[in-house]
Design a protein around this ligand. Sequence first.
Ligand code: PBG
Length: 329
Amino acid sequence: MYPLIRNRRLRTNEAIRRLVRETVLTPDDFLVPLFVVEGKGVKEEIPSMPNYYRLSLDSLEKEVKELWGMGLCAVLLFVKVPDDLKDNKGSEAINVGGLMQRAIKTVKNACPDMLVMTDVALDPYSSYGHDGIVADGEILNDETSEILAEMSISHAAAGADFVAPSDMMDGRIQTIREALEDEGHTHTGIMSYSAKYASAFYGPFRDALDSAPVDIKNVPKDKKTYQMDPANRFEAIKETQMDIDEGADIVMVKPGLCYLDIVREVRNEVEVPVAVYQVSGEYAMLKAAAEKGWLDHDAVMMEQLLAIKRAGADIIATYFAKDAVRLLG
Ligand code: PBG
């Protein structure tokens, strides 16, 4: 008894594999996170993120031109704020002359058609390293949302196409949406980090921006009262659905690889584009293993990105975007 149905027929050679391939990566899939710092001519490598850099505005200009030339069309901006500008309310976040606001203009001047998304959360601006205002050992929800709304308006006014709230306060999407409408920024979109888990994979990112929660009495040591418990699944759907109802144009699951079950479930449930953030710790793991010669960097990278797309990602925020596009040829 030999099988009549042989699945291997569809794997016989590269041509047939190409013909029946269900998932294909393209440069259009990627959103490129960029870290911006003050200074001139700065391009400093982040120790826990080999081959990834903090860029001053002039270096940012060069970088986005290069990205655009490679066929990448969207960036997600983060800024590293000097310690002396940090406070509990993240006042620097709404400075119209602040680094983020200047970075947005720099990208738009260099590449007018590049889509600019901006991170909206207090942590890089917070003296306590939290995404919201800290009071009596807690993170204030509604007061924080108000600042996030002001921050969003200032990003929109500087030219951001989308704001990306990554803070996980309740109701902030509605507060931000209403504020943008009131100020006439009706075309500014919101990409909500809707299912964002309290993950240990954000470590290298916090090194990059010097934004980890500080170890001071009466300041929470972690973000577990606002970011989601990695154990939970239904909650991800609830969070995502609520953000859509509040006005999110794009939703996100974060981190990526450990949460692909959530990605698939969210993709099946909602009708808006789903973004996935392959976070700094995921990047660092592969870099470290490849450096030791234990994994084939390029092959594993492409397999991971493909798996994220296959799981249901319409957009992948990834530090591998340039490397991947180079390989895609
Ligand atoms: C901050 C923010 C974080 C990331 C994106 N926005 C860190 C955090 O929540 O502590 C992590 C991204 C990464 O690890 O690559 N609100």
